[in-house]
Design a protein around this ligand. Structure first.
Ligand SMILES: NC(=O)c1ccc[n+]([C@@H]2O[C@H](COP(=O)([O-])OP(=O)(O)OC[C@H]3O[C@@H](n4cnc5c(N)ncnc54)[C@H](O)[C@@H]3O)[C@@H](O)[C@H]2O)c1
Length: 439
């Protein structure tokens, strides 16, 4: 039997939990977690205390970010898992590859074309393996769409219409912390849409060629709130009476985990987790429209809204033999308060509950529509997280007919649509993806 691979995790924020827990609980035969690295010691200590309580283990050795190289040599790390903030992914990916490790990186692989090129060059130069964790590919319903398109049931896909809605809980969270600065996240076009653009690349088995987009900040931010008549503002929720009763406020001290991970750790690095979404200093967009031409000849109209009353997505594929319509509800609505006092008074309207979590409909040409059975599993991202973990920690020898594992090229392709869109937002011109990087 092969000895377990030695893993280190860099970036001990909320996403790191999925990988740590998996290695400490479900994949102990395949992998050993041998080091944590972060610039914040309090957060690393918090996780060590938590895992000791949960799994009864001794402390995982911790290393500050400037001890990264030493950590790799000292702990004889085989694979580095990168879950830091997006702006820093390239730094750890490249250094780990250069030190002879394989890398598993959270999406987005990085935030701009220059860093993307540096990563691609490092993979080529070192011959090491870089995996980008696209959990959405693994959710059974998204896999079903891939399977149907692959089967040719709607023929050749000519166009795609894709709308993604982030609600005022999840969507708002990007406007409270580091993501709100475009330099940190590449904006939602890169940080968030990398998931969606990856799905389309994978569903169509193609890559983006030309991108044109328009994006703006119209809902969050002080200026927009002022236009809507808001007069009371605050910088952050913690310790501020104005935040009480604000449905957009995040109260760190009311959640033990958030309090320990962020509030009690901010003295080290000044990372404020609970900024008001209506404060100054936001440089990302909350409403984005994008038009893409793919190398297969297909086109896509895409829209991302970050202030929606419900969360989910709708995709329609128009093909030479028919149409595939796909709708997923991730959260049917966000309550504004205990009493939902915000209901508009509309004559003849009645409240409805949206029950159906996901629906796939095939509308063949000259035939009645067919509803496809959709399985949705428990667990993060429609059951995608668990399947992704299996694939990275316990890969099977069999070839996956759906090709779900994503390498550095898929990682690059998924961010290039968003990077091109950001450029297009700034210049008002279409952008050719081939002009951004050399794959
Ligand atoms: N695939 C998914 O569905 C999914 C979901 C959530 C987050 N993510 C990704 O995971 C990553 C982390 O997100 P999060 O929500 O956990 O953020 P977070 O803010 O909770 O954690 C980020 C961590 O990185 C650390 N960090 C920041 N700069 C660093 C540096 N220079 N060196 C070392 N550590 C540094 C911070 O101290 C913090 O502990 C992001 O890239 C995000 O896109 C992916």
């Amino acid at each position: 039997m092969q000895s377990p691979k030695r893993y280190a995790i860099v970036g001990l924020g909320s996403r790191s939990q999925m990988f740590s827990s998996a290695l400490l609980k479900d994949y102990t035969e395949q992998g050993e977690l041998v080091a944590f690295c972060d610039l914040n010691q309090t957060r690393m200590n918090y996780y060590n205390a938590r895992y000791k309580e949960r799994f009864g283990i001794a402390d995982i050795p911790t290393f500050k970010s400037d001890e990264f190289d030493c950590m790799i040599s000292q702990q004889r790390v085989d694979t580095v898992i990168v879950t830091t903030i997006d702006r820093t992914h390239h730094h750890y990916i490249i250094r780990a590859l250069e030190m002879g490790c394989d890398v598993i990186s959270e999406k987005p692989m990085t935030t701009d074309a220059e860093k993307c090129q540096q990563i691609l060059d490092a993979v080529k130069r070192t011959g090491r393996k870089l995996t980008v964790t696209f959990n959405y590919r693994y959710s059974p319903r998204n896999s079903k769409v891939k399977e149907l398109l692959q089967s040719g049931v709607i023929g050749e896909v000519i166009s795609v219409h894709f709308e993604w809605l982030l609600d005022t809980v999840h969507g708002a969270d990007y406007f409270r912390r580091w993501h709100r600065d475009k330099a940190n996240s590449g904006g939602l076009m890169v940080h968030k849409s990398t998931h969606h653009f990856d799905l389309v690349n994978w569903w169509l088995d193609s890559t983006p060629q030309t991108v044109f987009g328009m994006g703006s900040l119209r809902f969050y931010g002080r200026e927009n709130a002022e236009k809507r008549g808001v007069t009371e503002f605050y910088e952050r929720a913690h310790g501020n009476p104005n935040a009480e009763g604000d449905p957009f406020a995040l109260h760190l001290d009311k959640n033990e985990g958030l309090k320990k991970m962020y509030l009690e750790a901010e003295h080290e690095d000044g990372y404020i987790r609970d900024r008001s979404v209506f404060s100054d200093g936001i440089s990302i967009e909350d409403d984005m429209s994008v038009l893409v031409r793919y190398n297969s000849g297909a086109t896509m109209t895409y829209h991302l809204t970050a202030y929606s009353p419900w969360e989910g997505y709708r995709v329609a594929f128009n093909g030479t033999k028919g149409r595939l319509e796909y709708e997923v509800t991730e959260n049917p609505y966000v309550s504004g308060s205990d009493k939902d006092t915000n209901r508009p008074d509309i004559r003849d309207a009645k409240e409805v509950d949206v029950h159906e979590p996901a629906r796939i409909l095939i509308r063949p040409l000259h035939s009645k529509p067919l509803q496809i059975e959709v399985t949705s599993d428990e667990g993060g991202h429609g059951g995608g997280d668990q399947r992704l973990l299996d694939d990275i920690f316990k890969p099977s020898d069999e070839v996956d007919p759906l090709g779900r594992a994503a390498d550095h090229t898929s990682g690059a392709m998924s961010i290039l649509t968003g990077i091109a869109a950001n450029q297009s937002f700034a210049t008002g011109m279409p952008v050719k993806v081939a002009d951004l990087v050399q794959i």
